[in-house]
Design a protein around this ligand. Structure first.
Ligand SMILES: Cc1cc2nc3c(=O)[nH]c(=O)nc-3n(C[C@H](O)[C@H](O)[C@H](O)COP(=O)(O)OP(=O)(O)OC[C@H]3O[C@@H](n4cnc5c(N)ncnc54)[C@H](O)[C@@H]3O)c2cc1C
Length: 303
């Protein structure tokens, strides 16, 4: 119920204007967002590297409505790759196709992705295409397959809440695609996604068993101790070494677990988002956990 309310509010422009102009909510966003500038994100990335963790940097933004905005986002990602190389950070990049013009034209968006993936390849790095709501899944999978057929420097994300995900994984693996597996963060109808958490979790474990022995390097993105334990069991069973996959977690979420996995010798990558367009991302993080509502209300009352 609360999840639905937060996810609905995440699409409201009026609420977005109010939240992003309010000093208290801007401060609160720092729990999940590294800052509004690239410099702040690079500092956070350095901190993660110093703690033994890898990073993926994301300049927040989605659903742009002009080609100029998409080109601006592309230029920002090229700059991020350059900064990563200059500062010798152990980091790659994640971005969303609707930030690169997917709503405007698939061909145009693909051109944006190709130029970023080329920069990633030139720097021996990697570009991850985040997965958005199911309205975009087919277009995202098709676009990633086309780009991946030319360049190994691109991969994508699969969400275990979607019924179609097993087929998508088989399809993407046949292209040698590296996949990040997550549960899924959007509000989806029961026609396309498992409504029950138990089914989303069971599918997550099933998909881990497809990914880990595939011979490609994948990211298992979750803060759920049960999913993490199942992944570790699967790796042991299939004799997949700790260096042949990574756990991925979000900046500001379960830092205790992040540190523990590093201590246990696992590769951990932190998703570090930054930028002024933090509102929908922030709302999805609040939606993920009812206790976050308490965090929201407490900070608001204290301010
Ligand atoms: C690196 C990374 C990249 C992602 N990329 C995408 C993507 O491209 N597309 C997409 O749809 N989704 C993405 N997600 C989000 C994902 O789909 C889930 O919504 C999110 O990770 C919560 O699921 P969970 O696996 O942690 O399990 P849950 O069962 O939701 O949570 C397990 C436990 O983790 C902790 N936790 C989880 N979320 C929060 C939070 N927001 N605040 C505080 N504690 C929390 C709580 O202790 C909770 O009990 C990504 C997640 C990660 C980690």
């Amino acid at each position: 119920m609360l999840r639905s309310i937060f996810l609905k509010l995440s699409q409201s422009h009026r609420f977005a204007r109010w939240v992003t102009s309010n000093a208290t909510t801007r401060r609160m966003s720092h729990r999940f967002v590294a800052g509004e500038t690239l410099d702040e994100a690079l500092t956070a990335a350095r901190g993660c590297n110093d703690a033994g963790m890898l990073v993926t940097l994301d300049c927040l933004g989605e659903n742009v409505s002009t080609t100029a905005d998409a080109q601006k986002a592309r230029d920002t990602y090229l700059q991020i790759f350059d900064c990563i190389a200059q500062q010798k950070l152990k980091a790659n990049v994640s971005c969303k196709l609707t930030q690169l013009g997917l709503d405007l034209s698939v061909e145009f968006c693909e051109g944006m992705v190709v130029s970023i993936a080329e920069r990633a390849a030139a720097q021996d790095s990697f570009l991850r295409i985040d997965m958005e709501s199911s309205v975009y899944t087919q277009r995202t999978v098709e676009l990633v397959k086309r780009v991946r057929a030319r360049m190994p420097s691109v991969g994508t994300v699969i969400q275990s809440y979607l019924y179609r995900s097993e087929n998508d994984i088989q399809d993407l693996l046949s292209y040698g695609c590296r996949i990040r597996l997550c549960k899924g963060a959007y509000k989806e109808p029961p026609e396309v996604a498992f409504p029950r958490k138990a089914d989303v979790d069971a599918n997550f474990v099933k998909l881990v068993h497809l990914l880990l022995p595939s011979g490609f390097y994948h990211g298992i993105a979750t803060h759920d101790p049960h999913m993490i334990a199942a992944t570790i069991r699967c790796a042991a069973e299939k004799r997949v070494s700790k260096d042949d996959f990574e756990f991925q977690m979000l900046y500001g979420v379960r830092t205790d677990l992040q540190r523990r996995l590093v201590r246990d010798g696992y590769r951990v990558r932190i998703y570090v988002p930054y930028g002024r367009e933090w509102f929908p991302y922030f709302m999805r993080r609040l939606a993920e956990r009812p206790a976050n509502l308490g965090f929201f209300v407490r900070h608001f009352l204290r301010s």
